[in-house]
Write a protein that binds this ligand. Structure first.
Ligand SMILES: Cc1cc2nc3c(=O)[nH]c(=O)nc-3n(C[C@H](O)[C@H](O)[C@H](O)COP(=O)(O)OP(=O)(O)OC[C@H]3O[C@@H](n4cnc5c(N)ncnc54)[C@H](O)[C@@H]3O)c2cc1C
Length: 402
């Protein structure tokens, strides 16, 4: 049997390691459009801040692929998938046949239909090379289009490098859909306190000049010498023929409970449309989901039936040294609490904990995640006191009660 993995990110590498933990003989090939080894996109901000260099970003040593006995095709992008011929066509002309294929090609920046978006001075942040080209540009006045997770963290990094940053967001809060409005307001306040201009309810209409001299929004013009598109990401699956592999409403590869998309074809990570723990179809584009789906897809394609239980949405970010964490759903009744400079919000639906958010520290995130899982799978009822007692060590409980 020959397995081909398309993608050298969290999902692809986890799948490779899972395959080798189960089977040392099966033939495996791995394709990646990048030439460098496996790294975490989440570390790109540390790289931009100068806290880590490129060599230390790489998460597997040079011998890793030899030890995994995998045939690598680095610097080659998948151009076309033909599921009938069971063949992947790469842009270097190679045709790779497979018995089982895992598509793990991640997601890329959306928004290229905005007029002017191909001008010099317009950037995105998908891969390390994007960070490098952004850093090589003079960054005096930057417009960040989109106040999602990448936009917010990038705004902080660029401001710390001395850029004057304006962030525009079409929705009414920063981090829409990630934090509830109260928590989002705290994050917005943090951005503003550090000199970032945040303009909400304002959509990007056009990018002006080539090279860039400004942007036009729904409310007027803003002068700048660089624009970063951070208005959302879409699954990176242009090489898929939707007649052969189904795509969902979010543009991701639709998979069944075994993460199978078509005969012999599986998908994992940011390019796969799976579901959350509440059973809602979703692309949960975060590292924990890529790890889980990469592992489970690998077991399934090896012939070990393993259903995917669904993911809990989890987003962590650091803004000017302060940590924020959001878990699960935002929809339900909200219980807010504040203590020792930490803000917490719990989301309760039908008496059960379905979401939690923290500002100021994230050390209870793992316990909160376990509590959400229990509340859904074991139908455990929400009790704020019980949750607090479970999540906080006795000394701290005593302190709070005093
Ligand atoms: C700047 C940034 C910061 C982030 N921060 C966080 C964070 O703090 N926490 C968090 O949980 N998530 C974060 N994410 C999201 C997280 O990185 C992704 O959810 C995760 O990397 C998804 O893993 P993946 O394996 O599906 O895709 P990726 O890690 O994106 O890997 C995709 C792989 O496919 C390869 N590839 C792409 N196209 C092709 C092609 N056509 N042919 C062949 N190979 C191809 C790429 O080279 C890469 O090796 C961040 C993302 C970005 C961009």
């Amino acid at each position: 049997m020959r397995i081909v993995i398309a993608g050298n990110g969290f999902a692809g590498v986890t799948a490779l390691e899972t395959i080798r933990s189960q089977d040392s003989q099966v033939e495996v090939a791995l394709v990646s459009r990048e030439t460098r080894g496996f790294y975490s996109p989440a570390s790109i901000f540390a790289y931009m801040e100068g806290r880590v260099d490129e060599a230390h970003l790489i998460m597997r040593d040079a011998d890793f692929y030899t030890r995994m006995a995998v045939q690598t095709h680095f610097g080659a992008a998948v151009q076309r998938l033909d599921t009938e011929a069971r063949t992947l066509l790469l842009d270097d002309g190679t045709a790779l046949t497979y018995d089982r294929l895992l598509i793990a090609t991640g997601a890329v920046t959306a928004g290229w239909s905005i007029p002017g978006s191909r001008a010099r001075g317009v950037f995105k942040l998908d891969w390390l090379e994007d960070a490098q080209s952004l850093l090589s540009h003079p960054l005096r006045r930057v417009v960040l289009a989109g106040a999602g997770r990448i936009g917010v963290e990038l705004a902080a990094v660029l401001a710390e490098r001395g850029a004057a940053v304006t962030m525009i967001e079409i929705q009414s809060t920063v981090l829409p859909g990630v934090f509830d409005p109260d928590m989002a307001a705290l994050i917005q306040q943090r951005l503003v306190e550090h000199g970032i201009e945040v303009r909400l309810n304002e959509g990007l209409v056009e990018i002006l000049g080539d090279p860039v001299v400004g942007v036009r929004t729904e409310r007027g013009e803003i002068a700048c010498d660089a624009v970063v598109l951070a208005m959302g990401r879409r699954p990176n699956v242009d090489f898929v023929n939707p007649g052969q592999v189904g795509l969902g409403s979010g543009g991701g590869i639709l998979v069944d409970e075994h993460l199978r998309a078509a005969d012999g074809v599986y998908a994992a990570g940011d390019c796969a449309e799976t579901w959350d723990l509440f059973g809602q179809r979703a692309i949960n584009a975060v590292i924990p989901t890529a790890l889980d789906t990469g592992r489970i897809a690998a077991l399934n394609l090896l012939g070990q039936p393993t259903p995917y239980p669904g993911s809990i949405n989890a987003n962590a970010l650091i803004v000017f040294g302060r940590a924020y964490f959001s878990l699960g759903s935002l929809h339900g009744e909200r219980v807010h609490a504040r203590r020792d400079g930490v803000a917490e919000a719990y989301v309760v639906r039908d008496g059960r904990l379905v979401g939690a958010q923290f500002a100021g520290e994230t050390r209870f995130a793992a316990q909160a995640q376990a509590a959400i899982r229990r509340s859904i799978t074991l139908q455990e009822r929400f009790s704020f006191d019980a949750l607090r007692k479970r999540m906080i060590c006795p000394v701290t409980v005593a302190n709070i009660n005093r």
